[in-house]
Design a protein around this ligand. Structure first.
Ligand code: SF4
Length: 77
């Protein structure tokens, strides 16, 4: 299980989440940031840090954001 950055991050890229993550698993992509789902420890610390509420638990991902988890998985290979 992991937290996922939705497409609200696209072109926003506030980056407030990056320094907060205790396991350093948030990295910058071309259009948005991504959370490595294999490293995220589900602490939830990044959620409140995001000014555009882009970060959600993968189980709460809206249907139209499902591809964001795939994008994150692909990003980290
Ligand atoms: Fe990092 Fe915690 Fe956010 Fe996962 S939930 S990305 S471990 S700050």
């Amino acid at each position: 299980m992991a937290f996922v950055i939705t497409d609200s991050c696209r072109y926003e890229k506030a980056a407030e989440c990056v320094g907060i993550c205790p396991v350093d698993c948030i990295q910058e992509g071309k259009d948005q940031y991504f959370i490595d789902p294999n490293v995220c420890i589900d602490c939830g610390a990044c959620v409140a840090a995001c000014p555009v509420d882009a970060i959600v638990d993968e189980h709460d991902l809206p249907d139209d954001q499902e591809e964001q988890l795939e994008k994150a998985e692909n990003f980290f290979g």
